[in-house]
Design a protein around this ligand. Structure first.
Ligand SMILES: Cc1cc2nc3c(=O)[nH]c(=O)nc-3n(C[C@H](O)[C@H](O)[C@H](O)COP(=O)(O)OP(=O)(O)OC[C@H]3O[C@@H](n4cnc5c(N)ncnc54)[C@H](O)[C@@H]3O)c2cc1C
Length: 627
């Protein structure tokens, strides 16, 4: 082998780019091998980043020192904070991105990261050292016959492994439209005893703006005061936002789509892989909600310098002529030209219960999996896993303790724990409902939760860490000021009445007034001179004010969740020995013995989350290990 690196990352998608930049920035000589260098971090589907629970993940990636938030901010064309009208735990940032700029920004980062090298080729084989007790990764072999030696491999091959695309009765090999599939890697892993499965996903048509009648469509603007993902001071919120649009299907459109059902690869048995429940195709929606005569669709620009639009909600693998006829019956699309048809893709994934929490495989030392190959769907879920795999590949190589995030620390912790503990039976996407501590895991406090860790391991710059400390101090000082400052009867009555709150019957501290649900610190500052002066003199920005307000309003809920999280920690701290023989414990149910032997939890906390392991089984294990 003439080429030798510390870490090889297979695939420059969303997981691979995060993995490679993290490992390289931490100091590992890293090679990022990808099939096509022109398509780095390509947005295979929706040109958007974030959304419900996914936006929280992007903030966490940024807080830990990953790149997705910066790239999204730099390529954003519209920004919205979803769920603003709900509680702070539900606020979810989402940006429509210029997909070409997104990809260019990533390539710029990859090409300019110290210790990181790019190689365009397809990996066809992973090489193992089988001389020890347990297989250990030792390199990769590419389609051009090049063998590359390395200490760690991170596999992030996305939808490419044995990829097969479908549109109506036509099927073709491919990793996504316009890209070749990747062969060899699955076989190489199956030989060692890995299990694989098939999943599927789909994408909608892309439309030519010149042929759309925008006057007939409902406009959806971005936020009037857009925010951003990254906590870095050198990124900015988007300006000159572009609008999105809403369109609707109709009974006529549905009738046309139904004429293609007998030729749908989804319904006629051609596609075997399981699709994403929460990103269904339009044909799936017609079957599941048969009584609905209308579905809302979103028309989203793919960039600033292109006429291409993405039709969100119209994912389909029906025959192209059926997609086309249905489209032309949607108001505004009467003369529409289609750039690319919708299609579905089937690909190999590896059930993630074969992984440790570090994302290293249990079967092979030094081999990590991240992204869609683990049965997830979505750029954000992929990027988060890539970041953790890159960090851990580097740290294990240096003999440093690997990083595992808890379920009460980050959505990333929930994601990985769900994957390795529960496995997947359909493409996994993140939701706020998957997190039991979602009041702790808010988008606004990702920096407080994760930046100190990112700084400690060397991914977060001194400047970013200092900014966090300054922000924390400013928030604490503002809260103290609100606690110490009184409001007299009658002083702010007209404001309180205007927001639907009762006037004061006695003097109160500002802090107690902020506790009222319709009061905001920002509004209060307009009617309370001392507060306004404090904010101006201390140059407090929106983030500090918002943070103080959330901490005041949600204090009770936050403390309660912390209490439950602490209780759970007690179980997390009880370790189960690596080779413990669960089958020998007759007092466990047979189902529990089977599941525990398969997943091999490392703590009692993890064991308690395995489906099929009951509280009674946990009590048995508590008696055994709890002492
Ligand atoms: C048709 C389609 C529809 C989709 N629809 C949705 C959707 O509705 N919702 C959603 O959330 N997500 C959807 N996705 C999935 C989304 O694209 C992925 O979740 C995300 O891109 C996964 O990131 P990743 O880094 O794991 O893989 P990818 O972004 O797929 O990147 C994989 C990279 O690895 C490279 N590669 C693969 N094999 C090799 C090899 N052997 N050697 C070298 N390089 C290799 C590829 O060239 C590519 O650059 C869709 C994807 C496709 C293709």
């Amino acid at each position: 082998m003439i080429l030798s690196y510390d870490v090889v990352v297979i695939g420059a998608g969303h997981a691979g780019c995060e993995a490679a930049t993290a490992a390289a920035r931490l100091g590992s000589r890293t090679l990022l091998i990808t099939i096509d260098m022109e398509k780095i971090a390509s947005m295979s589907c929706n040109p958007a980043v974030g959304g419900v629970a996914k936006g929280q993940i992007v903030r966490e990636i940024d807080a830990l020192g990953g790149m997705m938030g910066r790239v999204a901010d730099r390529s954003a064309i519209q920004f919205r904070m979803l769920n603003r009208s709900k509680g702070a735990a539900m606020w979810s940032p989402r940006a429509q991105c210029d997909k070409h700029k997104f990809s260019r920004e990533w390539r710029h980062i990859v090409e300019n990261t110290k210790n990181l090298y790019l190689w365009q080729d397809s990996v066809v084989d992973i090489l193992f050292d089988l001389s020890g007790e347990k297989p250990r990764v030792k390199g990769v072999k590419t389609r051009m016959g090049v063998e590359i030696e390395c200490g760690r491999v991170v596999l992030t091959a996305g939808t490419f492994l044995e990829g097969m695309m479908h549109c109506g009765e036509a099927s073709a090999e491919g990793g996504r439209a316009g890209d070749q599939a990747a062969h060899g890697v699955t076989t190489s892993l199956l030989k060692l005893g890995f299990e694989s499965g098939r999943m599927k996903t789909g994408t909608p048509v892309r439309l030519d703006a010149r042929t759309i009648n925008f006057d007939a469509l409902e406009v959806q603007e971005g936020d009037a005061e857009p925010s951003k993902f990254s906590y870095d001071a050198d990124t900015e919120a988007v300006s000159n936002q572009l609008p999105c649009f809403m369109v609707y299907t109709s009974k006529r459109v549905h009738d046309i789509l139904r004429t293609g059902f007998d030729r749908s690869p989804l319904f006629n048995g051609t596609i075997h892989g399981i699709g994403p429940r929460y990103c269904p195709s339009i044909e799936d929606k017609l079957r599941t909600f048969a009584d609905k005569d209308q579905h809302q669709l979103f028309l989203e620009p793919e960039g600033r310098d292109t006429n291409e639009y993405y039709l969100n909600g119209f994912s389909s693998s029906l025959p192209f002529e059926v997609q086309m006829e249905a489209l032309r019956n949607i108001v505004g699309f009467e003369d529409v030209h289609v750039y690319r048809p919708g299609y579905a893709i089937e690909y190999d994934y590896f059930p993630p219960t074969q992984l440790k929490h570090t994302l290293e495989t249990k079967l092979v030392d030094g081999l990590y999996f991240a992204g869609q190959v683990n049965g997830t769907t979505g750029y954000e879920e992929a990027a988060a896993q890539g970041l953790m795999a890159g960090i851990n590949a580097h740290r294990s190589l240096c003999g440093e303790e690997e990083v595992v995030l808890g379920r009460d620390e980050a959505y990333i912790g929930v994601l990985i724990d769900d994957l390795v503990t529960k496995g997947v039976d359909e493409p996994y996407r993140m939701f706020t409902s998957r997190a039991e501590y979602r009041i702790l895991l808010r988008q606004d406090n990702a920096d407080q939760r994760l930046t100190p860790l990112g700084h400690k391991i060397g991914l977060v710059s001194e400047e970013k860490y200092e900014n966090l400390l300054k922000k924390n101090t400013a928030v604490e000082s503002l809260i103290s000021m609100l606690r110490a400052t009184s409001v007299k009867i009658g002083e702010i009555d007209s404001y309180l009445i205007s927001v639907g709150e009762e006037p004061l019957t006695q003097g109160k501290k500002l802090y107690d007034i902020v506790l009222r649900s319709n009061v905001t610190i920002f509004d209060l500052s307009r009617v309370h001179k001392k507060l306004a002066k404090y904010i101006t003199e201390n140059n407090l920005d929106k983030e500090v004010i918002e943070q103080a307000e959330i901490q005041i309003k949600y204090r009770g809920y936050i403390e309660r969740e912390r209490y439950y999280a602490e209780k759970m920690h007690r179980l997390e701290n009880i370790a189960i020995p690596e080779n413990f023989d669960f089958n020998a414990m007759q007092s466990l149910t047979i189902e529990a013995r089977q599941k525990l032997s398969r997943i091999r939890p490392t703590t009692l906390g993890q064991a308690s989350r395995i489906p099929g392991v009951s509280p009674a089984d946990i009590n048995v294990l508590l008696v055994k290990f709890g002492r």
